[in-house]
Write a protein that binds this ligand. Structure first.
Ligand SMILES: Nc1ncnc2c1ncn2[C@@H]1O[C@H](COP(=O)(O)OP(=O)(O)OP(=O)(O)O)[C@@H](O)[C@H]1O
Length: 323
């Protein structure tokens, strides 16, 4: 049942990349990057997506932004059928890890921020420039940045420009794809504070894709833990991170170098070995090949989310007694 506050409702969403080979680029298989993911993104919340590299976080973010095609399932925006990419440009924006890579070095900051306004024709000339100057103020950049070029700014300032560019479209959702990961800890904290302020002011929804569980604990309201394209645990961030329930979440947290010393994850073995290929994932529970609590029946276990305390959901797990 979709949440009444949902900005986006994902139902059983799968995304597959074709694997092409040979001169004619024949499709010889698929990578199931996201497999059967369902959740609601609630208006005004920060939902974090965490998990090891290659588990499908960015692909899921891109699918919500309509930058990837959904193979199965649906993504509905505020109860209406899925918007087109153009409609969505206003509603959902993205900020990536590497601001310099997403900012054209030949453009001034004023033009970079004003680009979306120009494309959508929402304002022109002096009115457009005044909106851009306002956005500079909102992201706490000096007015002098207007005529500068990206390489003249620091990494933190460049990321503020990327945020201003996203804000220029007056979006409801911003996908933050490792948006603070490349920054120094102190700059990262400043950007996270800015994002919090902007969220409070505009009731923004954030999908926060991150490897850093400590930052997720400080920044996110809810967290979805992904493994090989599937959600393994989802719920209130404080709950999931302080008392992880699924063996994968427990191992992921134990493996994180910056774990909170108060976390109740004693004696949980660290994650070992690599994530299996999503081209040929294990049957049953996908984590079973690395799970310290794996049992014979895990190979046949059907993936489904089961309710856990405090409104949390976890992937069915034989070690947790879910049959
Ligand atoms: N364009 C593509 N073509 C084929 N496979 C892809 C493509 N993009 C991603 N993949 C594969 O899809 C899977 C999920 O990748 P994705 O980048 O979404 O994971 P991620 O969790 O965001 O990883 P990271 O944290 O490293 O960014 C991986 O196995 C990846 O190799």
């Amino acid at each position: 049942m979709p949440d009444a506050q949902a900005l986006f409702s994902l139902h059983d969403v799968s995304v597959r990349y074709p694997i092409r080979r040979g001169f004619f680029q024949r499709v010889v298989g698929h990578v199931g990057a996201v497999d059967g993911v369902s959740f609601d993104l609630r208006r005004g919340e920060t939902m974090a997506l965490v998990g090891e590299s290659g588990c499908g976080k960015s692909t899921l973010g891109r699918a919500i932004l309509r930058l990837e095609q959904v193979a199965d399932g649906t993504i509905k925006a505020t109860g209406k059928p899925a918007a087109t990419r153009k409609d969505l440009a206003r509603k959902a924006q993205v900020v990536f890890q590497d601001p310099l890579g997403s900012l054209d070095p030949r453009w001034t900051i004023g033009n970079l921020i004003g680009e979306g306004i120009d494309v959508h024709g929402t304002a022109r000339g002096a009115e457009r420039d005044s909106i851009v100057r306002d956005l500079l103020k909102q992201v706490e950049l000096p007015a002098s940045a207007f005529h500068k070029f990206p390489h003249q700014l620091s990494g933190g300032q460049q990321q503020r420009v990327a945020i201003a560019r996203a804000l220029a479209m007056r979006p409801e959702l911003i996908v933050l794809d490792e948006a603070t990961s490349a920054l120094d800890v102190s700059v990262q904290a400043q950007i996270l504070n800015l994002l919090k302020d902007l969220q409070a002011e505009y009731n923004l929804t954030y999908l926060f894709i991150s490897h850093d569980l400590t930052v997720v604990g400080q920044f996110a309201d809810r967290v979805a833990v992904m493994y090989l394209g599937r959600i393994m645990e989802m719920g209130d961030a404080a709950d999931v991170l302080s008392a992880p329930r699924h063996p994968y979440t427990r191992a992921l947290l134990a493996s994180s170098l910056k774990v909170d010393p108060d976390m109740r994850i004693d004696r949980v073995p660290l994650l070992t070995g690599d994530v299996p290929s999503p081209r040929n994932p294990p049957s049953g529970c996908r984590f079973r090949t690395r799970c310290p609590q794996a049992q014979a029946g895990c190979a046949e276990l059907r993936h489904r989310m089961v309710p856990a305390p405090n409104g949390r959901e976890t992937a069915a797990c034989l070690a947790n007694g879910d049959l």
